[in-house]
Ligand binder design. Structure first.
Ligand code: BES
Ligand code: ZN
Length: 870
């Protein structure tokens, strides 16, 4: 065995006795034949005598004869490794490994792939790379592990008329007939997953940072106009990050480019960031306010990675959250500084909410998760790494203070630049710079899954606190956390902060400094987790809860605290720790709320309640919907359908949010008005009656009225889809098509996904829009087409969307059992977690329904609230 290449199989990581120093890569893509050939010369440092070199390769044909020394080459496809066995031992020192290889430009949106586009009416291919997490090995043989940083020198041989981009600037170009050879500068030390190549026809616009770094946005020919907004955000973000991290942007240039077929939203390749078109391109007339925000956040996120991720890289995928959590958190910092009127930190609570919702499942996982095979990595690009990751960073920053935190981050970046770091390395720097017990505190959040709910009780003059792990299924886990508690009493000036280290603790009311509330004051309110900076929930006893309802009505609370209260209350209701009746009463306190950030959470809770009540209380469903409509309507009426001169970005977002929610709740007037405007729009695509911001609401309204016998609305939407040049417009249509209550129409929309007219990257829009009435037909469709779905989407995280969107809406144990049985013999690691989580959601809903049905006074409370007497 010791002498056999097979000894290297089945390992999570490559052996460390040899490491690459420098890759000299020459790659020649053939865009017509969809394949490529390449040659690699890798300078390798051998640190312990060995007969073997072990590196990664997958779906590549490595020409054995091209390896210069006498060697036996064994390729283990399953392990995606290449073992080169030499006749004689390699001495300690440096050598050069040369290899020639060929591969295909695949259709899977990973590795080296082709994307299709139309230029001047002609259909064309472009060649693109997407290497994160572990797909550089599909383009060239390499040590495909983030810790093996090396320098890269690329040479591309491409058709002379095309633009060829890579991480570094071009140093030289030679043309020989139809082929040009492009030579790029050597890169600094970097990980394989950040190497990038794009070859195709593009135009660009250019600007530069205050340091003189050239920044370009490449777009389809003739569309550079749509790159201006992203270019502006990019230049400003680079300047901001340079100051924030106290380190200059590490490369000589930055290019950003939109790719028509793209599995993720964007990818932070060093110096050549790739985007889905909807995440980069913005058009004053054709994009919505929420498109604009998405572009800003995505650009800011990817550029943050140029420091956090690219310059300092996680040591292994277990620490992925260091990349993604940080980039997400920092992107809010940048966008907040560029667009203060967007109230971005309040919007950040969307991230915290997704993190809290996912992490309340028993099928969640810790932020730091063990990875045993490359195929497991994709599944952890989830809300835990991103949203919980970003949220615990916000929690820590708020505990340490912004200034101390920034200083420590800057020294962490300096210390680990051009190298790799683990989670502990970050804690060590923060601990040293702050003198606080950062490691002990944070380990409870990153190595342990889940989070606590703090139960708060008033007992005489004591506020008693007790922590227990919160789970949506209503059970209590055994986790314990060190919780940074913040609280205030009667006013934001009367605060008390401390670390809750044990299961229980208490605060004497007098400890709230400057408390103005006299004992027995019935207007007293106590809010824990001020501004929701902590990653936990709070359950108040009845007296404290009533105090908070009064405080909401009296407009004493911050936007963030109002969001926290409604989110916690909703989660507690799902977990059966609180009645739906009391949740509805609480929602009633938000009836004259007019802020987008708060209402976006309120509407999301309303829509969940409306859905669950279809199954839980069919007799009450109509009344509950009416109640929720009554709650949202005042704000919607104030805004109307038509934009007003000079109104704020957030009001524009709010209009769209409310109209969509009212359509979904079945509000007839809104649906009729949407349909009316849609017909005008059909006649005149430039009508001011249906700008991009309200279009989705109108599309959804139309789909609510469509049926097999009355399908003109569906056909009209398809026509809009076919005629639309803009991906953002196409996504609005796709997101509506499956939302009809008519099952046959839903089926037709699902089948539309399989046609050439819908890119594989866009399937999730259709999946995300499926109506509640369509869930059975969607499930049958998924079972029938599973083999095709698996074959087409298998190699990307998009496969999880099919399961998530189609399974999660069910609400019965029987259905969970049926789904579970169907997948029993079909399960794969790439979607195992998504399936388990979806099944858990179904079971949680089933139990929630039982509990709702047993609430004795629900019907009465609904009537009372409807009549305004409750
Ligand atoms: N590094 C990711 C891209 C990625 C995701 C690669 C999954 C491989 C698998 C990139 O930085 C990212 O996080 N993109 C986000 C957008 C962002 C605004 C949160 C995405 O793709 O959704
Ligand atoms: Zn990222």
């Amino acid at each position: 065995m010791a002498d056999s290449p097979a000894q290297f199989r089945g390992q999570a990581r490559l052996p460390r006795f040899a490491a690459p120093l420098r890759y000299d890569l020459r790659i020649r893509p053939d865009l017509a034949a969809c394949n490529f050939s390449g040659a690699a010369a890798v300078a390798v440092a051998v640190s312990a005598p060995t007969r073997f070199l072990v590196l990664n390769a997958a779906e590549l044909d490595v020409d054995r004869a091209s390896i210069r020394f006498q060697a036996n080459v064994t390729q283990f496809e399953e392990d995606e490794i290449l073992v080169i066995g030499f006749d004689r031992e390699l001495p300690v020192g440096e050598g050069v490994l040369t290899m020639d290889f060929t591969g295909t430009l695949n259709d899977q949106m990973r590795g080296f792939y082709r994307s299709k586009y139309v230029c001047n009416g002609e259909s064309r291919n472009m060649a693109v790379t997407q290497f994160e997490a572990a797909d550089a090995r599909r383009c060239f043989p390499c040590w495909d592990d983030p810790a093996f940083k090396a320098k890269f020198k690329l040479t591309l041989e491409v058709p002379s008329d095309l633009v060829a981009l890579s991480n570094m600037p071009v140093v030289k170009e030679t043309i020989s007939g139809p082929i040009k050879t492009v030579y790029y500068e050597e890169s600094p030390l970097m990980s394989t997953y950040l190497v990038a190549i794009v070859v195709g026809l593009f135009d660009y616009i250019e600007s530069s940072t205050s340091e003189g770094t050239k920044v370009r946005v490449y777009t389809q020919v003739g569309k550079t106009n749509q790159g201006k907004f992203a270019l502006d955000v990019a230049v400003k973000s680079l300047d901001l990050y340079k100051d924030y991290f106290a380190t200059p942007y590490p490369l000589p240039k930055l290019d950003m480019i939109a790719i028509p077929d793209f599995a993720a939203g964007a990818m932070e390749n060093y110096g050549l960031v790739t985007y889905r078109e909807t995440a980069l391109l913005y058009d004053e007339l054709l994009s919505s306010a929420s498109n604009k925000q998405q572009v800003a956040i995505t650009v800011a996120h990817e550029l943050a990675h140029q420091w956090f991720g690219n310059l300092v890289t996680m040591e292994w995928w277990t620490h992925l959250w260091l990349n993604e959590g940080f980039a997400s958190w920092v992107s809010y910092l940048a966008v907040d500084s560029l667009f203060p009127e967007w109230n971005n930190w309040t919007q950040f609570l969307d991230e915290t909410t997704s993190g809290l919702r996912l992490d309340a499942l028993a099928e969640s996982h810790p932020i730091e998760v063990e990875i045993n095979h490359a195929s497991e990595i994709d599944a952890i690009f989830d809300s835990i790494s991103y949203d919980k990751g970003a949220s615990v960073i916000r929690m820590l920053q708020s505990y340490l203070g912004a200034e101390r935190f920034q200083k420590a981050l800057a020294s962490y970046i300096k210390k680990y630049a051009y190298s790799n770091a683990k989670t502990e390395d970050l804690w060590a720097v923060l601990e040293k710079e702050s003198g606080e017990p950062v490691k002990d505190l944070m380990t409870t959040w990153t190595k342990q899954q889940g989070y606590p709910v703090i139960c708060a009780k008033l007992n005489g003059h004591d506020l008693e606190l007790e922590q227990a792990q919160f789970l949506s299924d209503g059970s209590s886990g055994t986790g314990m956390w060190i919780v940074p508690i913040t609280s205030c009493c009667g006013s934001y000036d009367a605060q008390k902060k401390f670390l809750l280290k044990d299961k229980t603790d208490k605060i004497h009311i007098k400890e709230f400094t400057a408390s103005q509330s006299s004992d027995g004051d019935k207007n007293i309110w106590i809010k824990l987790n001020i501004d929701q900076t902590g990653f936990y929930r709070v359950k108040y006893d009845d007296e404290l809860a009533a105090g908070l309802v009064n405080a909401i009505k009296a407009k004493k609370l911050s936007l963030m605290d109002k969001i926290g209260i409604v989110e916690d209350s909703y989660a507690l209701s799902v977990a059966r720790k609180q009645t739906l009746t009391s949740l509805l009463r609480l929602l009633n306190a938000y009836h004259d709320e007019s802020d987008y950030t708060v209402l976006s959470h309120v509407t999301s809770v309303c829509l969940s309640i409306s859905k669950i009540s279809v199954d839980a209380t069919p007799d009450l469903n109509k009344d509950i919907k009416q109640l929720l409509i009554n709650l949202l309507q005042p704000a919607a009426i104030k805004l109307g359908w038509d934009p007003k001169d000079g109104e704020s970005h957030l009001d524009v977002m709010l209009r769209s949010l409310l109209l969509i929610a009212l359509v979904r709740l079945g509000h007839n007037e809104t649906i009729n008005e949407g349909v009316r405007r849609f017909h005008i729009f059909l006649e005149d695509r430039k009508t001011s009656l249906l700008p991009p911001d309200t279009r989705k609401a109108a599309y959804l309204a139309v789909m609510r009225t469509v049926s097999t016998s009355n399908r003109s609305g569906y056909d009209a939407l398809l026509k809009i889809y076919r005629e639309a040049a803009e991906p953002q417009e196409k996504s609005r249509v796709l997101g509506s098509l499956s939302s009809s209550p008519d099952k046959d129409i839903v089926l037709e929309a699902l089948n539309f996904m399989f046609t050439d007219e819908v890119r594989n990257q866009d399937s999730y829009y259709i999946l995300g829009g499926i109506s509640l009435e369509g869930r059975e037909v969607a499930w049958t469709w998924l079972k029938t087409n599973w083999d095709h779905v698996l074959k087409t989407w298998k190699s990307s995280s998009l496969i999880s969307d099919f399961i998530n969107s189609i399974v999660s809406p069910f609400t019965s144990e029987e259905k969970a059992a049926e789904v579970s049985e169907f997948f029993a013999c079909r399960i794969k690691p790439s979607f195992q977690r998504a399936l388990n989580q979806s099944l858990e959601r179904v079971r949680i809903s089933a139990r929630w329904i039982e509990s709702i049905r047993s609430e004795p006074s629900l019907g009465q409370a609904v009537q009372g609230l409807l009549q305004g007497t409750a």
